[in-house]
Design a protein around this ligand. Structure first.
Ligand code: B1M
Length: 210
C-alpha cells in the first residue's frame, strides 16, 4: 500500500475526521484510481474498525468518528463516482430499513447508481414500509434496501410483504444488500436481487430493469 493510501486507511481507523478528505485528494492527485482509494483505503479501514469494535477495543464513539472520517473522504470521491447531465435511465428508491442507522453503504450504492444514470430517491435511514411504498407511488421502479444489523434485516421482509399486498405488486422490483445479507437470505424473503457491494448493485439493477 502506498504511503498516501496508508494515511487514508489510518485516518479512518483513528477517526481523524478532518484529515481523511485531504489524504483522499492527495491520492487522486497522485493518479491513484478512485475505486482503489475507495476499496483498499476506505472500505477496508471500516472493516477493521468493525473488527476492533467486535474485539472490545473500540466502542460506539470510535465507530462514529470513523464513519464521519469516511463520509468526509467520500465527499471528495463523489463527483468522480456520480456523472452529471445524463438522461435518467430509471428511478430507484433507496433506504436503510427501520431501526437501522447505518448509511455509508447505502450512500455508496446510491452514488454508484446515480453514476450509472439512475434517478435516486434517498429516504435515508430508519425507513418503514409505507415510506418505500410512497416512493413507488412517485415512480420508483426499484426498491433498494440496506441493513447492517442482524436485528433489522428482517424488516426487509416486511417491506416485501407490503409491496406484495399493494397495487404495485407486479410493477416494482426489490434489491437488498448490507453486511449481514446473503443470497440465501434474499431468496428466503423473495427479493428480486441481492448485491454484495455497490458495483454489483448497479449490475443487478441494470438486469432487473432490462
Ligand atoms: Co455499527 N455495527 N452499530 N455503527 N457498525 C456494525 C454493522 C457491526 C457489524 C460491528 C461489529 O460488531 N463488528 C455490528 C452489527 C452486529 C450484528 O448485527 N451482527 C454493529 C452494531 C452492533 C452497532 C450498534 C448496535 C452498536 C451499539 O449501539 N451497541 C449500533 C446500532 C445503531 C442502529 O443502527 N440502530 C451501531 C452504530 C453504529 C454507528 C452509528 C456508530 C456507525 C454508523 C454510522 C453511519 O453509518 N452513519 C457504525 C459503524 C460505522 C459500523 C461499522 C464499523 C462499519 C459500517 C460501514 O459503514 N461499513 C460496522 C462493521 C462492519 O460492517 N464490518 C458496524 C462500510 C460500508 C461501505 O460497508 O455498509 O457493508 P457496508 O456496505 C457495503 C455492502 O454491504 C453493500 O455495498 C456497500 C459498499 O460495498 N451494501 C449494499 C450495503 N447496502 C446495500 C444495499 C444494496 C446493495 C448492496 O442494495 C440496495
Amino acid at each position: 500500500m502506498s504511503e498516501t493510501m496508508h494515511k487514508i486507511y489510518q485516518s479512518i481507523v483513528d477517526g481523524q475526521m478532518d484529515s481523511t478528505a485531504g489524504f483522499v485528494q492527495e491520492a487522486l492527485d497522485e493518479g491513484i484510481d478512485p475505486s482503489t482509494v475507495l476499496n483498499e483505503g476506505m472500505i477496508s479501514a471500516m472493516r477493521y474498525v468493525g473488527q476492533l469494535f467486535e474485539e472490545g477495543e473500540y466502542y460506539v464513539p470510535e465507530m462514529l468518528v470513523a464513519a464521519r472520517a469516511m463520509k468526509n473522504g467520500l465527499g471528495i470521491l463523489r463527483p468522480l463516482l456520480v456523472e452529471k447531465d445524463v438522461e435518467p435511465v430509471g428511478k430507484v428508491v433507496v433506504g436503510t430499513v427501520k431501526g437501522d442507522l447505518h448509511d455509508i453503504g447505502k450512500n455508496l450504492v446510491a452514488m454508484m447508481l446515480e453514476g450509472a444514470g439512475y434517478e435516486i430517491i434517498d429516504l435515508g435511514t430508519n425507513v418503514d414500509a409505507s415510506s418505500f411504498l410512497e416512493a413507488v407511488q412517485d415512480g420508483a421502479q426499484v426498491i433498494g434496501m440496506s441493513a447492517l444489523l442482524t436485528t433489522t434485516m428482517r424488516g426487509m421482509k416486511e417491506v416485501i410483504e407490503a409491496v406484495k399486498n399493494s397495487e404495485f405488486r407486479y410493477q416494482v422490483k426489490v434489491i437488498v444488500g448490507g453486511a449481514p445479507i446473503t443470497q440465501d437470505f434474499a431468496d428466503q424473503i423473495e427479493a428480486d436481487a441481492f448485491a454484495a457491494d455497490a458495483s454489483s448493485a448497479v449490475r443487478e439493477v441494470n438486469r432487473l430493469l432490462a
